[in-house]
Design a protein around this ligand. Structure first.
Ligand code: NOJ
Length: 751
């Protein structure tokens, strides 16, 4: 089809202005023409509400609630986030729409990370389901609840790859793997935004933190990131790309520097890559005071310079520092910031507000009353929680437990009470307390008097007579459920740890309980991979239960008593010891790989004191069935350059119970012009296998699945041999080899 020149020109101009092609430019053009520079800058200034006591930062110049109302009235605020209640939103929106000169509506944002009133499992736990459609459903439910409360913008999903378990924010993402991470990133965006942003229950999604925030040195939150462009492009960027391809129209820039340049002031990252290569038409919001932090980073001498650097690099909205309000008008007046850049940023923001339907119906979600509790989402919370549980070990098929005829001692600091069930980033829970383990178990047992409950220890300190009471309880029971792990304050933002093992008091509890000789089932509570030692590592059964949210106790009981089979798989490797992190399965071989046949060989890339293998591999998880991988077959030995190769696995359930198996496809490029990981996940498929049944699972591989960033920095695929595994986890499985046909070296083209 040929387009008339004028239309073409308009399209080009629109693209240059960064406008999504289908936004109606007329309203925005009209507004832009009438806005003062101060009003334009106001559309780029986001604040937490003063009423919630959040404006401690003096530069925001809104020291009181009245001051903030005045700022809204003057058109100096684009939106409010988090602690703004429904009443506060209604009032603020009324001021913006009715009393400000141009009546531009506010956008209310929030950290809706894993639920709103109904609390779903933390994102890492949901990723353990290896079912992106589950995360899509929980994100949808969260959006329905949050939009009914007037929030139209979430600062989620967090799509940072986390390869260092010390990093506290591991809990907020989908774990260590790029492929899995990208699938979850896209699913969550689809869930939050729904089919159409204009719908009243659509929530604008914000993939964050752009970029490489998870690569913080030493796993220390906010710390320096120093990685190659190859690692950035291969590992940290793909989940963002997937989120944008799924339609996300805002991105949050990260606090960290990357190789000397803070992300918030990085024109290459926010400009060349995000807007240039990827054609991103939405807006970038800085993380909380990230612009001001350029001073502490040591790249800006003062607030004015920090403003200029952030804004020119591409951070459109300033969160909370107030720096844009303070300095952008002067910078524009002095010619240091071009008006075109200001207009570009404002257009981006207004276009998104328009897409959300805010201009047409600014009071959406703010009229009438909003439910505080959403009973219709409980079943989903229970399902999601159940499916997040990962059974690491089940010696002698101790699980599932019979519902009667056993005396059960539930022991540990997480046994009882409503604490540490929601997990970090639960800002808006409904009034109903989450279901504790004790409650869930009592409800499931035929005779609840067969359950005794004992704390035995605090989260990080002993309790008086704790060990004595715990041992007595264990002796009087047939089986012990040991509810131990991390409290919810031990992961999340600014909550990095140097040691990812259990706090000493709980380890002592585990040893004391084990000394009774009773069979122990560990119910691990955690927001990251942990290093399990001693009696915990040796327990008869270990189930990873993360932070499961509103329905925790019921979901755990469902799995323990076999109403639901465990079907989660680890989205993060569990190392042998803390000192092994960062640890991820898709590492490079090095020139001295540890030989499979001689794991103790010397002068190899391994530590002296622990095995080179993970304690539990990425992708690992048991069910109540037993799966045997029988065979892997390739449709061809050669994959033509433009062809498709089918990889078919045959598996059989040799156990007595049905099994949900997550069949995983890994590849390796054994010889390439740059070093390649020992394995990379390229596909996974969940299959339900009845006892005695044999099933086949087929994956399709194409050239595009085999690429990497070549020596010249471009997307590259090289013909030659590839190894492929169909496996139950990142270690083991059945292996085959095929040949990708093609000319000697191929660049798939410049970006
Ligand atoms: C800082 C966090 O890094 C970010 O993830 C969050 O969205 C903002 N604060 C707003 O709460």
């Amino acid at each position: 089809m040929r387009l008339p020149t004028l239309v073409l020109q308009a399209l080009v101009l629109q693209a240059l202005a960064g406008l999504p092609a289908h936004a109606a430019p007329s309203r925005i053009d009209d507004l832009l023409a009438r806005m003062t520079v101060e009003e334009k800058v106001g559309q780029l200034s986001l604040f937490a509400p003063v009423a919630a006591g959040a404006l401690a930062n003096p530069v925001t110049r809104q020291p009181s609630a009245e001051g903030q109302r005045d700022a809204i009235r003057a058109g100096r605020v684009t939106g409010l986030f988090n602690g703004v209640g429904r009443e506060g939103k209604r009032e603020a929106q009324t001021i913006a729409v009715k009393q400000s000169r141009l009546g531009i509506p506010l956008l209310f944002g929030a950290d809706v990370i894993h639920g709103f009133r109904t609390v779903f499992p933390v994102p890492l736990a949901e990723a353990a389901s290896w079912d992106p459609s589950l995360a899509e459903r929980t994100a949808r439910a969260a959006a329905i609840e949050a939009t009914a409360d007037g929030f139209r913008w979430t600062f989620a999903p967090m799509v940072d790859i986390a390869r260092d378990a010390r990093w506290g924010r591991t809990v907020e993402g989908a774990g260590e793997d790029v492929f899995l991470g990208a699938r979850f990133a896209a699913a969550r965006v689809r869930g939050f935004q729904g089919p159409d942003l204009a719908r009243a229950d659509a929530m604008l999604a914000t993939p964050k933190h752009f970029a490489a925030y998870g690569a913080a040195s030493g796993g220390l939150d906010y710390n320096t990131v120093d990685i190659s462009e190859r690692t950035l492009r291969e590992v940290y960027l793909p989940p963002f790309r997937a989120a944008l391809d799924a339609g996300a129209l805002s991105v949050m820039s990260a606090f960290n520097e990357i190789s000397g340049v803070p992300a918030n002031a990085n024109p290459w990252l926010l400009g060349s890559v995000l807007r240039g290569e990827w054609g991103f038409g939405g807006f970038v919001v800085s993380d909380y005071t990230a612009d001001e932090e350029l001073i502490a980073h040591g790249v800006a001498a003062d607030a004015r310079e920090a403003t200029r650097l952030s804004f020119l690099a591409g951070s459109d909205i300033s969160m909370q520092s107030g720096l844009y309000n303070e300095h952008l008008p002067d910078l524009v007046a002095d010619g240091e910031v071009p008006m075109a850049r200001l207009d570009d940023a404002v257009r981006r923001v207004l276009a998104v507000k328009e897409k959300l339907g805010l201009f047409d119906d600014p009071m959406r979600g703010l009229d009438g009353t909003a439910p505080a509790d959403w009973p219709e989402h409980r079943a989903l919370a229970r399902e999601a929680a159940r499916r997040a549980i990962v059974l690491l070990r089940n010696e002698g098929d101790l699980l599932p437990l019979p519902r009667q005829g056993r005396r059960i001692a539930l022991i540990g600091p997480f046994a009882e009470g409503p604490h540490d069930l929601h997990g970090p980033w639960t800002l808006f829970p409904g009034p109903r307390p989450p279901v504790s383990l004790a409650e869930g178990l009592r409800a499931a047992l035929a005779d609840s008097s067969s359950l005794t409950v004992t704390a035995g220890s605090g989260v990080d300190r002993p309790v008086r007579n704790g060990l004595r009471d715990a041992m007595a309880a264990a002796r009087n029971a047939d089986v012990v459920l040991l509810a131990i792990g991390e409290g919810e304050a031990m992961s999340g933002e600014a909550r990095s740890r140097t040691d990812i093992s259990l706090p000493a008091a709980q380890q002592a509890l585990a040893e004391a309980v084990a000394s009774t000789g009773k069979p122990v089932i560990v119910l691990l509570r955690n927001g990251r991979a942990m290093a399990l030692t001693g009696a915990v590592r040796e327990a008869r059964a270990i189930a990873v239960t993360w932070f499961l949210g509103s329905e925790t106790g019921h979901a755990v009981a469902d799995v323990l008593f076999g109403d639901a089979a465990p079907s989660g798989r680890l989205p993060v490797s569990f190392p042998q010891a803390s000192g092994q992190v960062p640890f991820h399965y898709d590492h490079k071989p090095t020139g001295r790989p540890v030989p499979e046949s001689a794991p103790d060989a010397f002068y190899k890339a391994r530590y002296l004191d622990v095995s080179h293998e993970p304690l539990y591999a990425f992708g690992h998880g048991l069910g109540y069935g037993r799966i045997r991988y029988d065979a892997v077959a390739l449709s061809h030995q050669r994959l033509p350059w433009n062809g498709v190769l089918e990889v078919t696995a045959t598996l059989t359930n040799t156990g007595p119970r049905a099994m949900d198996e997550v069949v995983q496809l890994y590849v390796r490029d054994p010889v390439a012009s740059v070093t390649r990981p020992v394995r990379q996940l390229k596909g996974f498929e969940r299959v339900h296998v009845l006892p005695g049944a044999t099933v086949q699972v087929t994956f399709r591989l194409q050239r595009a699945d085999l690429g990497f960033i070549g020596a010249d920095g471009t997307d590259t695929v090289e013909p030659g041999a590839f190894d492929v595994w169909v496996a139950p986890s990142a270690t083991g499985g059945l292996k085959a080899r095929f040949l990708l046909e093609g000319p000697t070296l191929h660049n798939v083209g410049k970006r």
